[in-house]
Design a protein around this ligand. Structure first.
Ligand code: PBG
Length: 323
């Protein structure tokens, strides 16, 4: 044998020398849930270690996470049912606690990056990402609502707008609308290849945002399709997205790789709530070892080609990679 691959694995130093993929806290975006009020820290039962926070406690938590090296956060509002309506008007209302909280976070920690979510579902009495008319999700009438929401978020100080709704044409519509209002420096990370997945359950529990009727298959992508992700990516790129996302991550590593090889802008992946819940459930049963499983899972998403990863494991990973 003149070729022995094991020689390149013979010590930690050699292994580290030839390591092809790196993973660090700088690659992670931490999704967090916000609730109106004070002194609230409610655990989300299907997402252990993740909470609905009121702004006072969230500020403390963010400070702790900054000290662990996490500098990018994606925030989601848990809105009281009484504030939901068919047109998601609370999403851009002056009294919206989420917008006020974002403002407060940016004032307190001006150097961190705050990403927001643009879609109607957390604010919609129908629980859909777009406007519902006669039981159908209508595309073009949804766009002005998404734009109002985006402008309100940009005004609150959001660094990266995250349209997660999958309506056609929304990236261009939002980009143009933001620019007209003078927010040309506000970035857009498009949920480009967002699949109609069975892995969003714990997130919908966290926000009580599950659809009241039907499913999301007329706007989210069919899990069977990969070439269609290229079409979505091409459109988002041409419409002005700064970064494009694949979601979920684990069942779609091939899609991450394809987009990474074909597109000239950064690719991110959303390691979604159901993926996180599976790891927690198996490790609680003692069937897998939590820390190495999390590290391997995040590494696989990087290896597939993701530049950034949205993950509920961000804080735990930051903690154990520091030790
Ligand atoms: C809403 C939205 C969802 C997620 C992020 N934004 C749920 C959905 O589309 O139903 C899911 C995130 C997760 O499961 O972690 N537009």
């Amino acid at each position: 044998m003149n070729i022995r691959p094991r020689r390149n694995r013979k010590s930690a130093a050699v292994r580290n020398l030839v390591e092809e993929t790196n993973l660090g806290v700088q690659h992670l975006i931490y999704p967090m849930f916000l609730k109106d009020g004070s002194n609230i820290k409610e655990e989300i039962s299907s997402l252990p270690g993740n909470y609905r926070w009121s702004i006072d406690l969230l500020l403390k938590e963010i400070e702790a996470c900054i000290n662990l090296g996490i500098h990018t956060y994606d925030l989601f509002p848990a809105v009281d049912d009484s504030l939901k309506d068919t047109v998601a008007s609370y999403s851009y209302s002056e009294d919206n606690f989420y917008l006020k909280a974002i403002q407060k976070i940016k004032e307190t920690f001006p150097d961190i990056t705050i990403m927001s979510d643009v879609a109607m579902d957390p604010y919609s009495s129908d629980g859909h990402d777009g406007l519902v008319e006669d039981g159908k999700i209508v595309n073009d009438k949804t766009l002005p609502i998404l734009l109002k929401m985006s402008i309100a978020q940009a005004q609150a100080g959001v660094d990266i707008i995250g349209p997660s709704d999958m309506m056609d044409g929304r990236i261009g519509y939002i980009r143009e609308g933001l620019d007209q209002k003078g927010y040309s420096n506000t970035s857009i990370m498009s949920y480009t290849a967002k699949y109609a997945s069975a892995f969003y359950g714990p997130f919908r529990d966290a926000l009580s945002s599950a659809p009241k009727h039907g499913d999301k298959k007329t706007y989210q992508m069919n899990p069977a399709n990969k070439r269609e992700a290229l079409l979505e990516a091409q459109l988002d790129f041409e419409e002005g997205a700064d970064m494009i996302m694949v979601k979920p991550a684990l069942c779609y590593l091939d899609v991450i790789q394809t987009l990474r090889e074909s597109m000239p802008i950064p690719i991110t992946a959303y390691n979604v709530s159901g993926e996180c819940a599976m790891i927690h459930a198996a490790s609680q049963k003692g069937w897998i070892d939590y820390e190495p499983a999390v590290a391997e899972l995040l590494l696989s998403i990087r290896r597939a080609g993701a530049d950034g990863i949205l993950t509920y494991f961000a804080k735990d990973f930051a903690k154990f990679s520091k030790d």
